[in-house]
Design a protein around this ligand. Structure first.
Ligand code: TRP
Length: 331
């Protein structure tokens, strides 16, 4: 079965755009391929300076991944730091990737320019080597990534090929694949930008854990336009970004096309309320499973342990192969 790896950094709370755009497809796709999902807490260390924060977010993200329906007995959901082989192969990858290659990473340039005057860790620079280890450890065939991560998968391929060339055929060379199309979810206050928490206010961003009242308020205040008339509610992204964005969300939640979702509507008010209510209804069971898990840390730990055990099984074999190929002295 095709092995797929996706990872997510525990850097913040999950919002509706993350869910409808990507995470829902993780849940829906878990039976089709052999999927591994890492919560990459070690990657978050590149920009972490306070105790306690990463662990808390890792736990919350773990609870969210199970709450949206990832089944620990089907998908391998694991925390990166629970699998020490990541750091171990990460070092081997640092020695397989060149300084020049790392210097060409556009994400490093972006991130450092945003951190002017702040501490810039060596980890921020060498991070693609750790990411290469994340991928290679699982004999990964496919890595679904957006454009911002293509360069990192490319460097991973180069590293795998270089290692195989130096030390003999050891690693599977992964392919970057385009993720299953998720819904287009735009900011409710600025429907020409993707939904994200980094907007000026959070009123355009629906968080997975927002209570129903907050969700309804955000939808009722969603930006639309001043058209009136019987065909004001129609899907036209260029001319009517606000209305189209509501239709995108309603369509995604009710598994229809935006055109189908538009049928029968003539008033923006009703469209907003119905979309808000559909989102509330979709999130209700997710939120209650999330709350249940967060109030039962022992159960949550047990679920993450299932993933860690499975991940270690695969990762330790790969690391062993790599050490043997290099000819490190067996312990
Ligand atoms: N670098 C990715 C990001 O910033 C996260 C990540 C770490 C990742 N390791 C990975 C993604 C392995 C895919 C595969 O979003």
């Amino acid at each position: 079965m095709t092995r797929v790896l996706s990872c997510i950094q525990p850097t913040g709370d999950v919002h509706l755009g993350n869910y409808l755009g990507a995470l829902r497809n993780w849940e829906r796709g878990q039976h089709d391929k052999d999927v591994f999902h890492g919560i990459v807490d070690l990657h978050a260390l590149t920009v972490t300076e306070q105790p306690g924060v990463v662990g808390e977010r890792t736990l919350a993200l773990g609870a969210m991944l199970f709450a949206i329906g990832l089944d620990p007995n089907v998908a391998t959901v694991f925390v990166q730091s629970h699998v020490p082989e990541h750091a171990q192969l990460g070092w081997v990858m640092e020695c397989t990737i060149s300084y020049g290659e790392l210097s060409r990473m556009t994400q490093f340039k972006d991130k450092t320019s945003k951190r002017e005057g702040q501490f810039i860790s060596a980890g921020l620079f060498s991070y693609p080597a750790l990411q290469a280890a994340d991928i290679i450890l699982y004999d990964t065939d496919e890595v679904p990534v957006g454009d911002d991560q293509r360069q990192h998968v490319e460097i991973t391929r180069d590293a795998a090929i270089r290692f195989n060339h130096r030390f003999g055929e050891t690693f599977v060379v992964p392919d970057a694949v385009i993720p299953a199309a998720g819904a287009r979810v735009m900011d409710l206050q600025d429907p020409t930008s993707k939904m994200s928490k980094s907007g000026d206010t959070d009123s355009g961003c629906v968080m997975m854990l927002d209570d129903p009242k907050a969700i309804m308020k955000k939808f009722k205040r969603a930006v639309t336009d001043s058209d009136t008339g019987p065909d004001a509610v129609r899907y036209d992204v260029a001319a009517k970004p606000g209305v189209s964005s509501l239709l995108d969300i309603l369509a995604a939640v009710t598994d229809r096309t935006p055109q189908q979702a538009a049928e029968g509507y003539s008033q923006y008010g009703k469209l907003k309320v119905d979309t808000g209510e559909a989102v509330v209804a979709m999130l209700e069971p997710i939120q209650s499973r999330y709350d249940e898990l967060m109030s039962d840390p022992a159960e949550l730990t047990r679920l993450l342990q299932i993933g860690a055990d499975r991940a270690r099984e695969v990762a330790s074999a790969t690391l062993r192969r790599a050490y043997d190929a290099i000819g490190l002295l067996p312990s």
